[in-house]
Every structure is written in structure tokens, then in C-alpha cells.
Design a binder for this molecule. Structure first.
Ligand code: URA
Length: 442
């Protein structure tokens, strides 16, 4: 790009090593047709996309990304056009890679061997994309105190307690077979917090068959389903203990897991999962409906127009936003394309139910003193049934899993009121609800 090579003039070759990759440097390449040579700013969102898309197995990935980069120069707003075929294609690559990263984290199984120097934990995994290096940090973080090896067809990773090294690819037969060691299995799961987060039935549905063969515990399916509830609570307790009361670590694991969520179809169109945000020891949790257009792009809840009303209202009620945890009932933006605009669409009952898992986990982890449902979708997600705001607002309720909740309107309801007086009146009522919540906290 710096020397002005136009996308049509660049030949990308994916090879096994540096010699192959740069082989064309010695051949005489076609003369590049120069692009305008001024510098230009690459949008941060593009870099975020590249980080994942470039790990895809698709040999066209470099050419696609280069084409996109070249277009960004002339069309700086290109990334906002979710209907553009090139943007869609590259986003699909990135999504598939993110899902593969998530699967490696969730389904990899260690087995213990003695390699002469003591116990070493060895796992075999077959990724779909080039994600092994990108995932190394995750396993390092969680298993820093163990000696481990992860074997994959393209490369192997080895951690000896102080150094991470790479080795050649391996075959499945190189990894030990048999049941993963129960303790390791538990440590692993407790540390990534996984079974606690996924109902066993859903877990099996989500798990592609290709992973089943490495998961001996699937033989226990009927029993697992029967005792899923008990296991979940047990695992949550174990995970809490393991992170030493550090719920931030558990929350981060939960957020990372949600980043790869495919529980409903909304993930296919949204840019990303927008997870909750705020201190994990917050006494007050707000639950909105779903991220809007701006939240989807920023990856943060309540930063768009509804977020501004929300900020104004909580400030008027004497609540500081940095002190509260803010999240949504549905974690992906649902929209309909109209021209270049993405128009918000209400999530349906199936989407709310599919996403309830995450809000339940956020509640379990944070245990806020008071939770506030902003609007009907949030109330439905929290209570598992339809709640009428007019009837239920202004007084405390008990959540199905315990804990106190209040129900009030959604800030975007205030934005939709056509009449200025009505808007002021409703804003005042909203602030009164919030003040009542604040008094309750005290
Ligand atoms: N509306 C919501 O419900 N949540 C957001 O994060 C933004 C708008």
C-alpha cells in the first residue's frame, strides 16, 4: 500500500514458510499501478476485524483484506456499510475465526502424562483456522502453574512453567488417549467457568460432533442432564473459590465466552457481542433491551442516544454511572437494513430466552443488591415472563433466582414521545423511579 500497489496488481501466495511466501520477490512482478500516495488513517474497527479475519483458512483472506484497505482509503465510512458484500465477507471470516477460538477454549481436553520430568498435561485439538498462536495467551494465563503441551496438525505449543515454545505439527496418535484426568478437567472448567455457564443440553447442541470424540464425559450425558442444575451451582461455587474471590477474573472469562456466543442467529449480523460493563462489585445493575447501532460499533452498552438519556436520568437521581453495572437482556444488535441505515428491531421471545443465560450468569456473579429492568424486554428476561411496566413500576420485586428488582421504562421510550410536555413529564417519572431505587440501596 505504501508504494501504491493496487489490489489487482498484488499476487498473494500462501506457503508453508518464508521462502514460499516471498518467492515472488525475485520474479519480475507486474508493474504496480499507483494509488494516491497520501497517508490515510486506518479505522480502529478495521484493525479489529483484520486481527481475526487474517487467521482464517480461506486463501483469499490477504487479498480481501488488502482490497478492503484500498477501498477504505477512498471510502473512510466503508466499515459502517454492513450490507457491502466485501465488508460482509470479511466480517464473516472474522466471525468464523472468533467462533473457532471460542471452541478451542471450551472443548480442548488435557490428559496427564509423565514425561520424565514430572507431570505434563497434553491436549490434542484440530482447529478449523490458524488460531493456535492467537489462543496461546489464553492457555498461558489459565495454566501458568502446570507444564502443558497443546498438539495440533499444524503446530504444537509447549509450556514448561517459564517458557512457551513452538514445535512442529502433530498427529492425534501423538497425544495420550483415555479419559482426561478428573482434576485437570475440573481445574480447566472451573478456570474458564464453562459448565457453570452452559446448560448441558445446550452445550451438547452447540458442540459440533467432531469434538465429541475427544470428550469422554459425553458418555455421561443422561446423568449430566439430570444433575445439570446441581452441577452448575457446584461449579460456580468451585470457580468462585478458585479465582480466590476474584470475581473480576470470572467475569472476564464470562465476557470472553459471550464474545463467541452463537446461541441464536443474531450473532450472524451484528458486529459483536456487547457485554455488560461496570464494577463487578456494583450494588446496582441496570438491564436494557439490546445494543443499538452505536453500541454495536463501540462494543459498549448505552453509549448512543438512549444512553445519553439514561446518563442524564441517573445523574438527576444522584447515581454515578461508574458505580453501576450496565448490561442488556440481549447482547447482539438486531436490526433491519434500510439503505445504509440499520434500523433497530425488537428482539423476539426466542432471542430473549436464548440470551437469558448470560444475564443469569451476570446476576450470579455480581449478586447486585438491586437490579433495574429498563423496559419490557429487560423485565421479561429477568422474570422469565411478560411483565406490564405500568402495573409493576415503582415497587420492589423478587427475582426468580433471588435478589431484588425494580421495573421502569426504557430510556428510548422517552425519546419516542412526540410531545415535549409529555416527554418532560415522563422523564420526571423515570427519575422518580430511579430515586426510589437509590433510597432502597441505602
Ligand atoms: N438500548 C438498550 O437497551 N441498550 C443499549 O445498550 C442501548 C440502547
Amino acid at each position: 500500500m505504501a508504494v501504491g500497489a493496487a489490489p489487482g496488481d498484488v499476487v498473494w501466495q500462501v506457503g508453508d514458510g518464508a521462502t514460499d511466501l516471498f518467492a515472488r520477490e525475485d520474479a519480475s512482478p507486474p508493474a504496480p499501478s499507483p494509488l494516491p500516495s497520501s497517508d490515510f488513517a486506518v479505522p480502529r474497527a478495521f484493525l479489529g476485524l483484520v486481527r481475526h479475519a487474517i487467521l482464517h483458512r480461506d486463501p483469499e483472506r490477504f487479498a480481501l483484506l488488502y482490497r478492503m484497505l484500498a477501498r477504505l482509503r477512498a471510502e473512510p465510512k466503508l466499515m459502517d456499510d454492513a450490507a457491502d458484500p466485501l465488508v460482509r465477507r470479511v466480517e464473516k471470516l472474522a466471525t468464523e475465526v472468533r467462533r473457532d477460538i471460542h471452541k478451542m477454549r471450551a472443548f480442548l481436553r488435557f490428559r496427564e502424562v509423565d514425561d520424565g520430568a514430572g507431570p505434563r498435561f497434553v491436549a490434542w485439538f484440530e482447529p478449523d483456522h490458524h488460531i493456535v498462536r492467537a489462543n496461546a495467551g489464553f492457555f498461558l494465563d489459565r495454566f501458568a502453574s502446570m507444564r502443558w503441551s497443546i498438539l495440533t496438525p499444524a503446530l504444537s505449543l509447549h509450556w514448561d512453567g517459564t517458557t512457551l515454545s513452538e514445535g512442529p505439527g502433530a498427529a492425534k496418535g501423538d497425544a495420550p488417549s483415555g479419559d482426561p484426568i478428573e482434576d485437570v478437567w475440573k481445574t480447566y472448567y472451573a478456570s474458564i467457568f464453562n459448565p457453570a455457564r452452559m446448560k448441558v443440553g445446550a452445550m451438547l447442541k452447540e458442540m459440533p460432533r467432531k469434538y465429541w470424540k475427544n470428550m469422554p464425559e459425553t458418555a455421561l450425558v443422561p446423568g449430566l442432564i439430570a444433575s445439570a442444575q446441581a452441577r452448575e451451582s457446584g461449579m460456580i461455587a468451585t470457580a468462585r473459590e478458585r479465582v480466590g474471590g476474584n470475581s473480576r477474573a470470572a467475569w472476564e472469562a464470562l465476557r470472553d465466552e459471550a464474545a463467541g456466543c452463537t446461541r441464536c442467529h443474531l450473532h450472524k449480523h451484528a458486529t459483536r457481542t456487547v457485554f455488560g460493563e461496570g464494577p463487578v462489585d456494583a450494588a446496582l445493575m441496570f438491564v436494557g433491551e439490546q445494543p443499538g447501532d452505536q453500541e454495536d460499533l463501540a462494543g459498549k452498552p448505552f453509549v448512543g442516544p438512549a444512553g445519553q438519556v439514561f446518563d442524564r436520568a441517573i445523574a438527576a437521581a444522584g447515581i454515578d454511572r461508574p458505580d453501576v453495572y450496565v448490561t442488556n437482556a440481549v447482547k447482539h444488535f438486531k436490526f433491519e437494513k434500510r439503505g445504509k441505515r440499520r434500523i433497530h428491531q425488537k428482539p423476539d421471545a426466542g432471542e430473549i430466552t436464548a440470551c437469558r443465560w448470560w444475564i443469569e450468569q451476570e446476576l450470579l456473579l455480581l449478586k447486585p443488591k438491586v437490579t433495574v429492568a429498563l423496559g419490557a424486554t429487560a423485565a421479561r428476561a429477568l422474570f422469565g415472563k411478560v411483565m406490564t411496566i405500568g402495573k409493576e413500576r415503582g415497587r420492589p420485586h423478587i427475582l426468580p433466582g433471588g435478589g431484588e428488582a425494580w421495573i421502569t421504562v426504557h430510556p428510548s421510550f422517552l425519546l419516542r414521545l412526540p410531545d415535549r410536555d409529555a416527554a418532560e413529564l415522563e422523564f420526571g417519572r423515570f427519575v422518580e423511579d430511579l430515586k426510589a431505587v437509590r433510597r432502597q440501596l441505602k
